[in-house]
Design a protein around this ligand. Sequence first.
Ligand SMILES: [Zn+2]
Ligand SMILES: [Zn+2]
Length: 144
Amino acid sequence: MKNDGKTFEDTFTSFCRKAGFRRTLQRKIVYGLFHGARRHLSVEDIMSLISKNNPELREESVYRILGDFEKAGYIRKVEVPGAKKYEYASERHGHFLCSRCGKILDVDISSIELPKSLTGISDISITFNGVCPDCAKRKRRTIA
Ligand SMILES: [Zn+2]
Ligand SMILES: [Zn+2]
């Protein structure tokens, strides 16, 4: 995470102010999961990450918060077919979906050149399918 003199608390407070949200502990927890992180999280992932320390946080609340955060432009749905995951709304990138373990990796697509005639692009969704490096390693080991 970049240290620009602002604490996490400051960032969360100004986010809530801008989006018109009341600052609640629940929102703060979910906000913190995506803040400065490159991760892809489903509601189940989020529940298993937070339920131990926050048993009072219910799945319905997490759904609601995710919906609010998406509307506020803080997170977005991961554009991978079949993946019900969210990620921090950073610059657009492609995704690599592992056909074995289901892991999703970010793929930099900034070097992809499109024909100059295509100027009206409003959204990008690119998914590469294959076997992730971890699974590829595992396979090699079993063969050897
Ligand atoms: Zn894999
Ligand atoms: Zn991503």
